[in-house]
Design a protein around this ligand. Structure first.
Ligand code: A3P
Length: 332
């Protein structure tokens, strides 16, 4: 579908400039820690990244050439990535596939919208992405500061979805207890995992720096970075879908609104709808994570079932001190 403005869809040349040796050398200079579930973390430019994703993240950083029409979905893990993928795919392709024939019925949102680090650059250092039809939609968990330069420099757009840290922590913990990546590791208990979270030692952490990177970029250039919250999507999906579509350059026409297209897309992408599709109930991603584990409860406030009042108090204080007067707040 055409964007409602000059997209300047420029295709830059493909450059391959990193080598395995350089990567190994860099890896040796970095601080390493173990996540509570035994996965390796490396500290890069102030952020703890999963070692599993570090090499593909660097490949993406070195080789990804953004186009002005690209849409980049950025998230901390477990903040609503799957939901945002389904929504943006549906918005961008609504004239290609009628709702009752959408590929979302037979493919998971993760198959339709690939991660830069987990999919696109997972096996290849510099794959050819030129033949993917525009608008290309990619997802990433990379912090704003580590995004490929071409994402910063091109006119592509970034949508960041953020979730209150308490639900994000709980969702993340349960996801990795379910998908045991390090089979031999004995996971630390929730108190220790929470302690690490509050120290910022967790995948993509510190969470406050990840969030503030995108928040400040959004304040600086709201046309470049849309900042949305999981909780706001839950509260009023219709206005959020309209906002996302406008930001992507594919606003809904009055006729589409009157036909109920926004409601149809919201309904299709709802937790109830997606989690009941066979494709999302079975199978796995790369043999590493089960598709079904991307759909757990899909609620706001499930943290009340897992965290003690002392933990909540600690996070609240942390958020107050880290977010300060940035304007970023969560209803807790
Ligand atoms: P819970 O574990 O709290 O249920 P991500 O997609 O970033 O991995 O985040 C996963 C979280 O989003 C999980 O939260 C999951 O249940 C929830 N989720 C997945 N699809 C959703 C949807 N369509 N609507 C609302 N929440 C969804």
């Amino acid at each position: 579908m055409e964007r409602k403005e000059d997209p300047k869809c420029s295709c830059a040349e493909v450059v391959d400039d990193s080598s395995k040796d350089e990567f190994q050398e860099l890896l040796q200079t970095l601080e390493h820690r173990m996540n509570w579930d035994g996965q390796g973390l490396v500290k890069y430019k102030g952020f703890w990244l999963l070692q599993l994703l570090f090499r593909p993240s660097l490949s993406a950083h070195n080789n990804f050439r953004a186009k002005a029409t690209d849409v980049i979905l950025s998230t901390m893990p477990k903040s609503g990535t799957t939901w945002l993928k389904a929504l943006t795919f549906s918005i961008a392709n609504r004239n290609v596939f009628p709702i009752d024939q959408t590929p979302l019925l037979t493919s998971t949102p993760h198959m339709l919208v690939p991660f830069l680090e987990f999919d696109v650059y997972w096996e290849q250092e510099n794959p050819n992405l030129e033949n993917i039809p525009c608008p290309r939609i990619f997802a990433t968990h990379m912090p704003f500061e580590i995004l490929p330069d071409s994402i910063h420099e091109s006119d592509c757009r970034i949508i960041y979805i953020c979730r209150n840290p308490l639900d994000q922590f709980v969702s993340h913990r349960l996801f990795f207890l379910e998908n045991k990546i390090e089979k031999e590791a004995d996971p630390l208990d929730i108190d220790e995992a929470f302690n690490m979270f509050c120290q910022g030692i967790h995948p993509c952490g510190p969470f406050w720096d990840h969030m503030l990177g995108y928040w400040n970029a959004h304040l600086e250039n709201p046309r470049k970075v849309l900042f949305i919250k999981y909780e706001d999507l839950k509260e009023d999906i219709t206005s959020q879908v309209k906002k996302i579509a406008e930001f992507m350059g594919f606003p809904f026409s009055q006729e589409e609104e009157e036909q109920g297209l926004i409601d149809q897309i919201s309904g299709l992408c709802s937790f109830e709808s997606l989690s009941n599709l066979a494709v999302n109930k079975t199978g796995n991603l790369k043999g590493i994570v089960e598709n079904s584990t991307f759909f757990r409860k899909g609620q706001v406030g499930d943290w009340t079932n897992y965290l003690t009042p002392a933990m909540v108090e600690r996070i609240k204080k942390l958020m107050d001190s880290k977010f300060g007067n940035s304007g970023l707040t969560f209803k807790i």
